[in-house]
Design a protein. Structure first.
Length: 179
């Protein structure tokens, strides 16, 4: 081999070794320079207090004989309250559409035209605590929501059927839940 070929071969080997070293260095530097970055973010939700209330009609009867029926005449209805868990609530009843005022609880009256039939609504089975709005000697029903439906009983009483005129008597009571 001549001197030129030997030098060329030597140069090619040096270039090859240099390229190999450069490739190794490049691979090492990519691995060596890899890094990570991270951050955080918030996940939020705001739950509000909520309540619903519904009720069934209080029906004292559909064929009441005023001469044969003992008084007082009692009836029971239910309200269903659903409030979000741990939500405190108060349920109030107004005096009805025929009482002459929302807090006129002593004058709760069902009507049939111009004829009237007095009644009262109570919180307790003994019918001693008038269920109203917390004014005029009335009380409200308080509780705490569980997230499930809760049943509240409304105890009604017609104190007397004396001199009542036959007919279908009605009244409308507004239920309010405060939470």
């Amino acid at each position: 081999m001549n001197q030129f070929s030997t030098r060329t071969a030597q140069t090619i080997r040096q270039v090859a070794v240099g390229l190999a070293l450069l490739a190794t260095a490049a691979a090492t530097s990519v691995t060596a320079t890899a890094s990570t970055a991270n951050t955080t973010f918030q996940v939020t939700a705001t739950i509000v207090s909520a309540c619903t209330v519904s009720g069934s009609s209080l029906n004292f009867g559909s064929a009441i004989d005023p001469l044969a029926t003992a008084t007082p005449l009692d009836g029971v209805s239910t309200l269903t309250v659903t409030c979000s868990n741990t939500t405190p609530y108060a349920v109030s009843l107004n005096a009805g559409a025929n009482a002459g005022g929302a807090s006129n609880f002593g004058a709760r009256t069902m009507k049939n035209g111009a004829n009237t039939l007095g009644y009262q609504l109570y919180l307790d089975t003994g019918r001693t605590t008038v269920w109203g709005d917390g004014t005029a000697s009335s009380s409200t029903k308080t509780g705490t929501g569980s997230g499930s439906a809760q049943t509240l009983s409304v105890y009604g009483r017609i104190p007397s059927l004396a001199n009542v005129v036959p007919g279908a008597y009605t009244d409308t009571v507004t239920v309010t839940i405060t939470y």
